[in-house]
Design a protein around this ligand. Structure first.
Ligand code: FAD
Length: 366
């Protein structure tokens, strides 16, 4: 078997493919459904297929998540809302009282969370906090918090004076927290900007020890980068299939698959998709072997999203103007992938980080 997948992973792949083919594609294309109705149906189907909870425990191997996400994306449904349960994320393993007040309600779907890491470009200084007795007093601003407008709480990166960076749980209804702006990006996702004006939170809402905030956030971001990479390689395979079907379609003057020029483009696309897929699979296997994969997760995310974007762009060029009509699957994929080249780290900034990882810290492998 070329991917050397276990029998259990082959079964997961086949079950996920059947779910996508038999149900999810139809739900995606059903214009009569509201987004809420569609998400509820997707959630029900995903739970029945045993996918929903895969993201909710740290015990799920990376390769399992990759196979599930890639298979969904290969069928053009990896972006549907409701496929996976809210992950514990930074709250994984927290003790009481955070476990009962935030983690369990999050996993049950009773509370929603936002990840507040990015500062707005004009913020005078990174969000900061001062210890005052058994409270932390937080001031500053964050932006681009995906799902922030509906969040019950945020996990916020805060620079605690004298102690270093910390990830802190902040309830959005806490006095001093303001929802400054709601906005959406071209991929259709929704975000919010927040202000924090001397927000007082109990010290037990700091996750882990102060000073560990950035490394905790980085571990979480690394996992998110691998998730983005899995979605991107699945999308790359989906687009290559789409182009093949289009080239082989009978049309006046013969199928385009006879054209040497189009064969050349198509061959290049397959090579790129193959290389990206190999990178992402290798990274998942390294992660499952317990290796430090911060640099490899960067490489997988950057390479897979850049390749998939390029492939979708080429596919649009080969398909012609109809691919740019609003609602065409390629038009939608183009917008989604454009956002993924920025989300979870912008490509150039990540390449510079990776260079620093190797040149200054001796990390990462080729
Ligand atoms: C769909 C989507 C979802 C997102 N969701 C979230 C979320 O839930 N939570 C969250 O916190 N953030 C989120 N973000 C924000 C995202 O993480 C940031 O947009 C991304 O990390 C880039 O940061 P930035 O926008 O501040 O741009 P910058 O970091 O300012 O980068 C802009 C440009 O400046 C360059 N640059 C940066 N630093 C330097 C330097 N020192 N020297 C020279 N050039 C430099 C970069 O290479 C880039 O070209 C999301 C973004 C998107 C698009």
């Amino acid at each position: 078997m070329p991917d050397s997948l276990s029998a259990a992973l082959c079964a997961l792949r086949d079950r996920t493919a059947a779910l996508a083919r038999d149900h999810l594609v139809a739900l995606r294309d059903d214009d009569r459904l509201t987004p809420g109705e569609r998400a509820a149906r997707v959630r029900g189907l995903s739970k029945a297929a045993g996918l929903f909870t895969l993201t909710q425990t740290a015990d799920t191997p990376d390769l399992t998540l990759l196979v599930a996400r890639e298979t969904l994306a290969i069928h053009g449904v990896g972006h549907l809302s409701g496929l996976f349960g809210p992950p514990a994320g930074l709250l994984e393993g927290v003790g009481e009282p955070l476990r009962s007040s935030h983690l369990l309600p999050l996993l049950a779907g009773d509370k929603r969370a936002g990840f507040a890491f990015t500062e707005p470009a004009d913020a005078p200084r990174p969000t900061w906090g001062q210890i005052d007795g058994d409270q932390l007093v937080i001031s500053g601003r964050k932006s681009y918090v995906t799902g922030g407008a509906d969040a019950d709480f945020l996990t916020v990166l805060v620079e605690v004076e004298g102690q270093g960076p910390a990830m802190v749980v902040v309830d959005t209804d806490c006095p001093g927290v303001t929802l400054a702006r709601r906005f959406s990006s071209l991929d259709g996702s929704h975000h919010a900007a927040f202000g924090f004006d001397r927000v007082r939170v109990p010290r037990h809402q700091v996750i882990g020890a102060p000073g560990q905030g950035r490394s905790r956030a980085l571990a979480e971001i690394s996992a998110m980068r691998r998730a983005v990479a899995a979605d991107a390689v699945g999308t790359a395979a989906w687009v290559v299939d789409l182009v093949a079907r289009d080239l082989q379609r009978a049309r006046r003057g013969g199928a385009r698959a006879a054209s040497e020029r189009l064969r050349l483009r198509y061959g290049e696309m397959r090579i790129q998709a193959y290389a990206a897929r190999a990178t992402v699979y290798r990274t998942a296997r390294l992660a499952d072997a317990g290796q430090d994969v911060v640099n490899e997760s960067i490489a997988a995310k950057v390479f897979a999203t850049e390749v998939a974007s390029q492939l979708v762009d080429t596919a649009v060029q080969l398909a012609g103007g109809e691919a740019l009509v609003t609602g065409h699957p390629l038009e939608q994929a183009l917008r989604r992938l454009r956002a993924l080249r920025l989300a979870e780290g912008e490509t150039d900034a990540l390449c510079v980080n990776l260079a620093r990882g190797h040149l200054d810290l001796g990390k990462g492998r080729l």
